[in-house]
Design a protein around this ligand. Sequence first.
Ligand code: MN
Ligand code: MN
Length: 478
Amino acid sequence: MERTNAWNTYDLSMRGSCMDFADDYKDFLGNCKTERECVDRIVNEAEENGYIELSEARRERKTLAAGGRVYSVWMNKSVALFEIGSEPIESGLNILGAHIDSPRLDVKQNPVYEDSGIAYLDTHYYGGIKKYQYVALPLAIHGVIVKKSGETVIVNIGEDEDDPVFFVSDLLVHLSADQLKRPGSTVIEGEALDVVIGNRPIVFDAGTEAGRDSKEKDNGKDAVMRSVLKILEDMYGITEADFESAELEIVPAGRPRDAGFDRSMILGYGQDDRVCAYASHRAQMESHGLQRTSCTLLVDKEEIGSVGATGMRSRFFENTLAEVMDLCGSYSELGLRRALANSCMLSADVGAAFDPSFASSFEKKNTAYLGKGMVFHKFTGSRGKAGSNDANAEYIAYLRDLFERASVCSQTAEVGRVDQGGGGTIAYILSLYGMNVVDCGVPVLSMHAPWEAVNKADLFEAYRGYKAFLQGASFTNT
Ligand code: MN
Ligand code: MN
């Protein structure tokens, strides 16, 4: 079945709106390279749009009614946004769920060392990466260092034009005879992903007595490392031990850019899944006066199995919904369970875009094409659909009709060719409540690479689709 190219459905004004939306998205993507940075930005924009913080609403004994907007943040890394609809919550919500973590290198807890006059930060990669893609490119460090006093130091270095950047070295091709015989998975080993952070010994002023007499200067042991630690102490007021309570993420340095002579695409870091997170967030902000209560969930830890207190498998969402129902005066254990079971969800996550350069890994009829709009995955998983949420036909039929009426371009796909691998999203976790869930997002080229590509029309169609979904009527299987 042929699908239309979304660009062919746009008139000039629509094309302009699509390009403008992409500009807003690039600004978000360039400024939000960690979960915490995403949450900060989204909360700021939510407050500008009339959202109030849930625990504050509770403290002030506010009640929520139709049109009320509330959000809740969990550990600075996940956020849930709600707008109360005119129907009782018990009859279900329309939920958009995306993740705001992306593959990267995390700094270890005892990371600093020196070898042969080069100072390094040792890392442990996070999520699925091709390790060889992380060498020989400029890297930035984003994150937090929390001191024993409780003070949080925010780190963001490598993004400004005059900031220094960091890098992982690769072996020169001239001496790579052995390296290039190794399989791709071990061309660069995990423990080789150590980031270069300095190359000059600690400076002692030779004009002073202290400088001339310095023992440290004499033996010179780890003088480069000590120099870097001194700089960190001066810059951030931290000691080496403070890395123990730090979350520092090493990410590709630089801003997202338009790609192609026609500027039809965006090349940027972390588009899995911030492209769907941004589209969901905008749809949530811009949908008012709803029949069904809307919710946008932006969560952490999807790339490592949705684990931990801030991942989708945490009770955070369920607990938050209970609090929201309480503020609406409609909480009961049974009511909460009904609300969850009666909800509909779009698991807003990216899909693999067909790549003509690697055509044999895809099955052409059931693959997503750049520019052909938002993509549905009825199921994901691997091998015999293992681990997937296989969405119900009835639910998909409802969505097909909804999106057709909103003139949203969409396509359907599988993750890739049968038995070539696979993947998962947060879809299966919400489906545990018995709610209808389907994966639905933006196709991405070079997914999980330091620089991923999307088509601007696909982003715009996802945003339009998510909006139509939040504004849609209720659908239940029961
Ligand atoms: Mn994803
Ligand atoms: Mn991913």
